[in-house]
Design a binder for this molecule. Structure first.
Ligand code: ATP
Ligand code: MG
Length: 567
């Protein structure tokens, strides 16, 4: 597989830094890394980080490592490791042989910790977690030194060795850096480097019962791997002095530069893995890959393409200050990509039966339909036309309002690729009064492409011939949350803003027969409706489609009150 290279788009401050470091000779080769913790599935925010790290490496002829930051065994799982690798590959990126795990470095990290103790730069603290928190101080008040801070080097070494040997319970001791309890930056107030956790690890098993913390692990892993630019999100800016401090105390292979950028936030979306896990665990969605989830696997199942996601990440740029991106921009990227990629098909989602009274019972015509007007090489296909058809229920009104130009009694419309038809009457259910069938006539002179087809009518409808139509289930997705900032409610859990109609399941939808062979993952534009993708739930005889995105931004119209929210 080739490494997808980001289009060398407009410059951003990260590109500028890397380019300058190469120009000045500070580095001769760029090495970046993407360091996920395998405690959940990747989301669109991670995609941003993946595109940046792999993209920069590819653009400058370097390499990007995939490194699992697996130092917290109680939350991590091999299932997540595998899902993360699948998602990074699917996005189009390749770490080649550069697959690493922080747990591969546990021995070296332990040795580094011992070296810090020997230098008097780290000590074993025996305060409880609560006491350590109480000693930490606040943003305005300095912290207090632990009574164990001035333990002898020998005593700390002995305790640390016994911590590792499994002599102590979880939480009885920790290893802390000896920096400055009065530092204005709370991160520098003797941060914890190691803690005791009697938990088996998905890779190292029972070998360890002390595990290093992020701040200690990350900088050393970067250095061990020869990373040049360690790109992370803004919330780590306060950790940068600690990143540098650890590397400055030790003999290390190199000292990478940590650079922060603003994390991606999206409207109507929660992005933290903890919250996404909660949505899955509490059954608010069907799984990590539910098409309403902002996970890579959810977007994939919904029909997003890797190209659309990469385009989105490039388009939103790289910022130094936090902001929120409209989720409509993501939808715009996938619409643009699918517009030229997705073959067209006709599908009637809410069918209304139409009988053409003057069309012979036993006749079936094969009409030519264009596969993709954006791509002439996609060619044409045949769609059958016959006496009984389906049109969209919404495309008929018995009593049309003034701006409604589609079918109504006495009205003419064109059927796409076919004929002009006229509604002569309706058949109603005697009990409910609901219209169940339209009686129409067709004009044989108006077949598409013939001279009389130029006759002006105000609407062209999609349709499916009842003859050979395929039945399908179609799942329509809406925003998962009704609130633009689901996490911004005062005193309210984000789950209180879940959209009760984020999933609408339509059954008995009618598809043109060319979709017979559609396999899970294949994507189509259903004419006049939107982009749809075959769901893996599909089985022979029970086809399931997901709506990736509607053709136009229906949501914006609903918000402006131009459309009924029921759509
Ligand atoms: P979350 O906050 O969603 O739980 P995390 O930061 O804990 O995410 P990691 O697995 O540690 O998840 O993230 C791996 C990399 O992805 C990190 O470098 C992190 O900075 C980056 N990343 C995570 N979320 C975003 C985001 N929303 N936008 C950009 N980068 C992100
Ligand atoms: Mg993290």
């Amino acid at each position: 597989m080739l490494t997808a290279s980001a289009p060398a788009g407009p410059s951003n401050f990260l590109r500028d830094i890397v380019a300058e470091d190469l120009r000045s000779g500070k580095h001769t080769r760029v090495v970046t890394r993407f360091p996920p913790e395998p405690n959940g599935y990747l989301h669109i925010g991670h995609a941003k980080s993946i595109c940046l790290n792999f993209g920069l490496a590819a653009e400058f002829g370097g390499v990007c490592h995939l490194r699992f930051d697996d130092t917290n065994p109680s939350k991590e799982d091999i299932e997540y490791v595998e899902a993360i690798m699948e998602d990074v590959r699917w996005l189009g990126f390749d770490w080649r042989t550069k697959l690493f795990y922080a747990s591969d470095y546990f021995d070296r990290l332990y040795d580094c910790a011992v070296a810090l103790i020997n230098k008097g730069k780290a000590y074993v603290d025996s305060l409880s977690a609560d006491e350590i928190r109480e000693h930490r101080g606040t943003l305005t008040e300095p912290g207090k030194e632990s009574p164990y801070r001035n333990r002898s080097i020998e005593e700390s070494l002995d305790l640390f060795t016994r911590m590792r040997a499994g002599e102590f319970e979880d939480g009885t001791h920790v290893l802390r850096a000896k920096i400055d309890m009065a530092s204005p930056n709370p991160t520098m107030r003797d941060p914890t480097l190691y803690r005791i956790r009697h938990v088996p690890h998905h890779r190292t098993g029972d070998t360890w019962c002390v595990y290093p913390l992020y701040d200690f692990t990350h900088c050393l892993s970067d250095s061990i791997e020869g990373i040049t630019h360690s790109i992370c999100t803004l919330e780590f800016a306060n950790n940068r002095p600690l990143y540098d401090w650890v590397l400055d105390q030790l003999e290390v292979p190199c000292h990478p530069q940590q650079i922060e950028f603003a994390r991606l936030n999206l409207t109507y979306t929660v992005m933290s893995k903890r919250k996404l896990l909660q949505l899955v665990a509490d059954g608010h969605v069907r799984g990590w890959d539910d098409p309403r989830m902002p996970t890579i696997s959810g977007l994939r199942r919904r029909g997003y393409t890797p190209e659309a996601i990469r385009d989105f990440c490039e388009r939103i740029g790289v910022a130094k200050r936090d902001g929120v991106v409209e989720v409509a921009m993501l939808e715009h990227s996938v619409r643009e990509d699918l517009n030229w990629r997705a073959p067209r098909a006709m599908a009637v989602l809410r069918p209304l039966r139409v009988v053409l009274e003057n069309y012979p019972e036993d006749r079936v015509e094969e009409l030519d339909a264009v596969n993709n007007p954006e791509d002439p090489s996609a060619g044409t296909r045949k769609v059958p036309f016959s006496r009984v058809l389906y049109v969209e229920r919404d495309d008929f009104r018995e009593d049309p309002p003034s701006k409604f130009f589609r079918l109504a009694p006495g009205r003419e419309v064109r059927l796409r690729y076919a004929y002009i038809i006229k509604c002569a009457g309706v058949v109603k259910d005697p009990q409910s009064g609901e219209v169940v069938e339209l009686r129409c006539t067709y004009d044989p002179e108006t077949r598409s492409g013939s001279p009389a087809s130029a006759r002006k009518v105000k609407a062209t409808l999609h349709w499916v011939s009842a003859h050979l139509a395929i039945d399908a289930e179609v799942r329509l997705y809406d925003r998962l949350f009704v609130r633009e900032d689901p996490e911004g409610g005062k005193d309210a859990e984000f789950t209180e803003y879940l959209n009760p109609s984020s999933l609408k399941v339509l059954t008995g939808c009618k598809l043109e027969p060319s979709l017979e062979g559609a396999v899970p993952g294949s994507r189509y534009q259903f004419e006049r409706q939107g982009y749809f993708c075959v769901d893996p739930d599909s089985q022979p005889g029970r086809r399931v489609f997901n709506r990736t995105v509607a053709l136009r931004d229906i949501w914006a119209k609903i918000e402006k009150g131009e459309l009924a929210a029921s759509r």
